[in-house]
Structure formats: C-alpha cells, structure tokens
Write a protein that binds this ligand. Structure first.
Ligand SMILES: [Zn+2]
Length: 547
C-alpha cells in the first residue's frame, strides 16, 4: 500500500524520494530498530499460536484499554519473553497462570520475566493488560495509528492502520513478521450506536447497555499489520461467490449513506475474485470470508477485511497511474489491496526488507486483472505505462533485521521485473501455473526473497540469480548496446551485474527473434542489408545505439 503517497508525490514533483518514505530511506539505525526488526533471543524461543485481543475503544476520549491473551509453544528453555507495545500506550499488568510478572521496559520492547519454568514443547499463555491514548495517524495509512474521524452525519468513524510502523502501535504483540499467529480472536467494545468490523467472521454481538462488544474470529494465520478494527455507523450487504474452493462469503460494510454507491462500485470485488483465482489459485482464506470495509483513509490489505476509501471511483482516487487509460477500467483500491490476499497475506515476507514479495506481485496483479478482462495488450500497456513512476535511486531490497523497507520501486519496477520474467517464460499458461504453484507451495507461510527466487528459477528452468540481483539489489537497468551496419548486428549487455546474461526478444524487420547477449560483443549476420531493429518493449531494459 505504502507507495501510493510516493507515486502521487512523483507526479507533482521530480524531487528526490528521500525523506518521503517512512522507514525505507532511513540511514541511521538505533537499538530500538534492532529490537523491533530482528529475531531477538527473547523472541526466537517461543512459537506464537493464538491471540485473543479484547479492547474497549472510547472515541470521545481517543482512549483504548484492554488485554491480549497470548498463547505460545516453548521451543527452547528461556525465561524472558519480549512483547512490543509502542509509547504512549502502557502495559499495566502481565500475568501467567494468574501470577503477576515483572516487566523490564526498553523503549517499545518489554521484557516479561517469567517465573514458571518454560519447558520445551509446552503450550503456555500470558495475559498482557494495557491502556492509553494510542498514536494518532498523521497520514493514514502511510503514517498510521488510530484515525479518529467523523462521518458527514457527525458520527465517530475510527480505524487503525499500521503497516511498517507495526501493530504494536495499538496492541501488545510479538511485532515481527517471521512468526504469524495461527488463529486469533478480536473482541472490540464500542458505543452502542456504532459497529466494529475486524478480521475474519463475526461470531456474535454482546449488548452491554451503553456499549456493544463485537466478537470476531480469524481461523487462519494472520500477520500483525493485517489485524484491524474499524468503527462506524455501518450498514452491510453481502453475496456468495462460487469460487474454486466452493462458496465464499463476500461481505461489504459501508457508511449508511454510501450504500447505493457501494452496491455499484463493489461489483469489482467478485470480478477481482474471479480473475485472481484464475491467475493465483483459490482465495487463501475461505474460512474467514472476504470483506470490503469502508474507512476514512485510502485503503489497506487487512486480511479478509480489506479496507476501502477510494471514494467509490475508478482508478486511484479517480486517476490512472499508468497514463494509458487502462487504469480507469477498475477501482485501484479494490484490485490492488485484494491482490495482497495472495501476496502479503498468504505469502508473507519474513523480514520487511523483502517486501517486494508483497508489492511487486500485487502491482503486477493489477495488470493481470486487466489481462483477464481486456486482454494481453491492455495488460502490457498498463504495466509499461507504470514505468514513469520508477525512481531507480535505491535498491528494492532493504536492510535486514532493522525493520527497514527497501525502495518504493518495489511497486512499479517490481511489477515490470515480473512482466520481464513473463517474457522469459514465453508461455502464459506456464506462467499462470507457476503463480498458482507459488501460492500452494508457500501457502500461509512467511518466506525470504531467496526462497522465492529459488522457486522461480527452478520452475522457469533458468538460473535467475543474476536477474534478481540486477533488478532487486542494484539500481542499474540492463542496457543493450548495439550497432547495425549494413547487414551486421553487434550487441552486448552493459550496466549489468556479474553473470547477467538475460535473453532478449527483438524484432528484426518485424520478425521476432531471441538474442542471447552477454557482456562480450556478439555478432549476427542479417539476411537483408536494410534491416530494422527493435527491442520488445515488454522487457524492462534500456538500449543504446553505438555509432
Ligand atoms: Zn500494496
């Protein structure tokens, strides 16, 4: 999600992206970054199995209070357990088996001193109580936290967003991507005139008099930043989608006065589901259903509870990011954020440095949606059109163990890298099989970039190590230097990383042929003395004619 602000920024300015990314452009790191971004000794010894987050939200006071019950399996004997919760929220009490425990605070990391002997294989539980006025979102979802807004009728309209920043900005948890909880309950108490919509399925609503408690149940692994609460004067409509794994409940929650607009605009949701099941395989969370939930910010890929604030317009707030016209054929937020159900929510990066796994595939999912409904030409034009948003100032992969995102080029450049890869596969049915197999092989897993790179190399049958090093780890764009004199074509790759030798499709007199350039000059004798030469524009490469 996070890139959109940057893209907009690029549209209005050609200034450097530096200082715009919230985490990605950071140059200096602190002990707090390491505590947040690495698998510390106080994290590695326990495997997260279950959360029950139960909180009350008081919008009038911008105040929250509650507790998180955390269950885990002991992997290694250890007596200190790290819980993350960001200031100004405060942990008020931690217990295990009813016994209050000492907690040593180190900034936003809190080290719980366990008294009970932690034995390998045992299942244990702690309860963390907390409260306070959470960080208010400055510019959700990019600079997130709690958005305390009002709808046009003056009702409270409240939502959380925390990608990058971390879920610990609003609830105590193990705030690292590598360990996803297996399932979760979310109970949110709100003023009785409002409703809470969270992830998974609504189990029941308890009437407490002045307040109501909404109990939601998530029956699949979920990453921390995917967890959300949305509170508003909602109305609801639904449909059943007949998908690859049977009937899928699709539920839509919007402010009451937006119902008619939503009923029209959200017809993109079943269209999305059909196209993405075709390309990526079954929706990964049938048990939890799929939801679109209106929020007071642009949107986010909250798992099974995709949040929506695109003003019921096609494109990105009514604009086409590709400049080709194709971007106005769909609602950007419905398509992009839902694409993340496969790439981000199903296949999740272990370290946020590898966030391209989320954003490059999801960026490319936009063009695959177009491909499904409007054909290959539309899809290619769209992804090529997005190239104008590429900055090439910083590598796509960030720094590991520091909660450090790479460059926002993980979106448009990443999408174009995958489009280039599709040209190398040169067989769309094979390409689709690979994308579907990837979602099966890494089903509900957290993964590294290397795992994905290796998988793609094996499936495609090419050693893609230099290819990924080039596009993900360097800012160099492969450049074909060539010369065409009489009937002799000479060519070689420049501006490439070690061992880069990507084959390239070119057109000579409009006939497609494959070249196999390396960094050494190669020669090809052409049949005609007056030949024309053109590189297939689907490859994200540069060319330079040498005279
Ligand atoms: Zn995204």
């Amino acid at each position: 999600m996070k890139h959109l602000f940057l893209i907009l920024f690029l549209f209005v300015s050609v200034l450097s992206l530096k200082s715009q990314s919230l985490l990605g452009e950071k140059e200096y790191f602190t002990r707090q970054d390491t505590l947040r971004g690495s698998i510390t000794p106080e994290r590695i010894w326990w495997d997260l199995t279950f959360y029950h987050l139960a909180i009350e939200v008081v919008p009038d006071l911008k105040f929250i209070s509650g507790k998180n019950t955390i269950e885990y399996t002991v992997l290694k004997e250890y007596q200190t357990l790290q819980i993350d919760l960001q200031s100004p929220l405060k942990i008020t009490k931690v217990t295990q088996d009813g016994v209050p425990l000492k907690v040593i605070d180190d900034g936003n990391a809190h080290f719980v001193q366990l008294q009970k002997k932690q034995k390998i294989g045992n299942s244990e539980r702690i309860i963390v109580h907390y409260q306070g006025n959470p960080k208010e979102a400055i510019n959700a979802p990019w600079d997130g936290g709690f958005s305390w807004k009002k709808d046009t009728n003056g009702n409270h309209f409240v939502a959380t967003s925390c990608q990058g920043l971390g879920a610990s900005v609003w609830w105590p948890c193990k705030d690292h991507m590598y360990d996803e909880v297996e399932n979760m309950k979310i109970s949110v108490t709100v003023p009785r005139n409002l409703m809470d919509v969270s992830n998974g399925k609504l189990e029941n609503i308890v009437d407490n008099g002045a307040t109501k408690t909404y109990h939601w149940s998530v029956n699949n692994p979920i990453n921390n930043y995917g967890v959300n609460l949305n509170i508003g004067d909602y109305t609801h409509f639904s449909e059943v989608f007949e998908g690859e794994n049977g009937n899928l409940d699709m539920n839509y929650y919007v402010l009451k006065y937006n119902l008619e607009k939503a009923k029209k605009q959200f017809t993109d949701a079943p269209k999305m589901m059909k196209a993405f099941e075709h390309w990526f395989g079954p929706y990964p969370f049938y048990e939890d259903g799929f939801k679109l939930v209106e929020v007071p910010y642009l949107g986010m890929e909250h798992q099974s509870s995709v949040t929506y604030g695109n003003k019921f317009k096609n494109g990105y707030l009514g604009r086409d990011l590709s400049g080709t016209g194709w971007g106005l054929k769909f609602d950007f937020i419905i398509i992009h954020e839902s694409g993340h159900e496969w790439f981000a929510n199903n296949i999740t990066n272990k370290d946020i440095a590898d966030m391209w796994i989320h954003e490059s595939f999801t960026n490319y999912s936009e063009s695959l949606f177009l491909d499904y409904y409007y054909g290959k030409k539309a899809s290619s034009e769209y992804v090529i059109g997005l190239r104008k948003g590429i900055a090439n100032k910083k590598a796509i992969i960030g720094k590991y163990h520091l909660n450090n995102e790479g460059s926002s080029d993980m979106y448009n450049k990443g999408g174009n890298m995958l489009h280039t890869l599709r040209q190398l596969v040169d067989d769309d049915e094979k390409w689709r099989r690979i994308l579907r197999k990837m979602n099966t092989k890494f089903y509900h897993q957290t993964v590294t970039s290397h795992q994905i790179e290796l998988f793609l190399s094996r499936e495609i049958g090419l050693d893609l190590t230099p290819f990924f090093n080039q596009y993900l780890r360097s800012i160099k764009i492969p450049t074909l230097e060539y010369n065409l004199k009489n009937n002799i074509l000479t060519y070689k790759w420049t501006s490439v990383v070690k061992n880069f030798k990507m084959p390239l499709k070119v057109f000579i007199n409009d006939t497609p042929i494959w070249l196999y350039p390396t960094t050494e000059v190669q020669k090809k004798t052409l049949t005609s003395i007056k030949s024309t030469f053109k590189i297939d524009p689907n490859f994200y490469v540069y060319s330079k004619k040498i005279h």
